[in-house]
Design a protein around this ligand. Structure first.
Ligand SMILES: [Zn+2]
Length: 321
């Protein structure tokens, strides 16, 4: 029935449906969330869509407009990028810069320090590179068994292990991840290979001079609701802020919760973000934001450079369910 779907889509567009969606949400703030940037061409197309139809705000302007009694300029859009992968510098930054689009990038600081991989990439790398026939984890609170006999089964195993780890207490998750390469007899390089490489602080500094705003995204990207110790929560949240401020010598006022779903954020984590002195904190709860909303649980719309154009433009317009 693809012809039917395509037909409906075309009709929707012809009738100005996209404009209607955008118009109905014109007074709300859209915050987009990107992660990775495989190539320039698709992002250039998306950027030309942004500048044609939206008013691009920095997170700092957005925060001011979201205060109680504030108002959002028509069709406003703020762009955020999570984690701090190097492809932002190599691929995305020149594109956003050419279009003069303000962007806020959230950094996991142990990752940028080069002292740790993003832990989800360790799982991905090990599942992709092991010679073992299966993943077999039998831990106190976790039992997982997945075959690794094809590229597809490796991907499936990696995402199942990652999802299981996200639900574990953080201290146990750290232990399982630390043992994971050895248990599958993979020698993990000390620094992540190109595909999983972080930005360097020199790149971060030069982009900050070029107008990119940097926010904090914890030190080691734990799921904050699984962190039991208050001191650890503080070190993850405040520590990442202090680290970026130390490198950039400018205030860091925006925060991003790792993973960012409702079940990944605890009231204690929100409180800690407030105490750390941030002005805003973004989640991955899907939706739009209005003046007077809680600045510590801002909603976002997840997008990727390779999203098909129709879905991309519709999501950006504010069609979210
Ligand atoms: Zn993240």
């Amino acid at each position: 029935m693809d012809w039917l779907k395509t037909g409906i889509r075309t009709a929707f567009l012809r009738m100005g449906g996209m404009h209607a969606v955008r118009y109905s949400h014109r007074k709300a703030l859209r915050i987009l969330m990107y992660h990775r940037f495989p190539g320039k061409a698709a992002l250039e197309e998306q950027c030309s869509h942004f500048v044609r139809h939206y008013r691009l705000l920095s997170m700092t302007e957005a925060a001011a407009n979201l205060r109680p009694g504030g108002s959002i300029p028509c069709n406003s859009l703020a762009i955020t990028v999570d984690d701090g992968y190097r492809d932002f510098f190599l691929v995305a930054y020149p594109v956003f810069r050419a279009f003069r689009i303000p962007v806020t990038v959230f950094l996991a600081t142990d990752f940028v320090d080069g002292t740790a991989w993003l832990w989800t990439d360790i799982v991905r790398y090990v599942c992709a590179n092991t010679a073992a026939a299966e993943v077999n984890i039998a831990d106190a609170s976790l039992e997982l068994r997945f075959p690794l006999d094809s590229a597809e089964s490796r991907r499936r195993a990696s995402s199942a292990v990652t999802e299981a780890l996200k639900r574990m207490p953080n201290s146990e998750r750290l232990r399982v991840v630390a043992d994971f390469p050895q248990s599958l007899r993979v020698a993990l390089p000390a620094r992540p290979p190109q595909e999983y490489a972080p930005l360097t602080w020199d790149e971060v500094r030069s982009m900050a001079d070029g107008g990119i705003v940097f926010g904090a995204h914890t030190r080691s990207h734990p799921i904050l609701s699984r962190v039991a110790e208050c001191a650890e929560l503080r070190s993850e949240i405040q520590g990442s802020r202090a680290r970026i401020e130390e490198e950039l010598q400018r205030p860091v006022v925006h925060f991003c919760y790792p993973n960012g779903g409702k079940e990944d954020i605890s009231p204690a984590a929100i409180e800690e973000a407030r105490r750390a002195g941030f002005e805003t904190a973004v989640t991955t709860s899907i939706g739009l934001n209005h003046p007077g909303c809680d600045p510590f649980t801002l909603r976002r719309i997840g997008v990727e450079p390779d999203l098909p154009r129709f879905y991309f433009e519709r999501a950006v317009a504010g069609y979210v369910r």
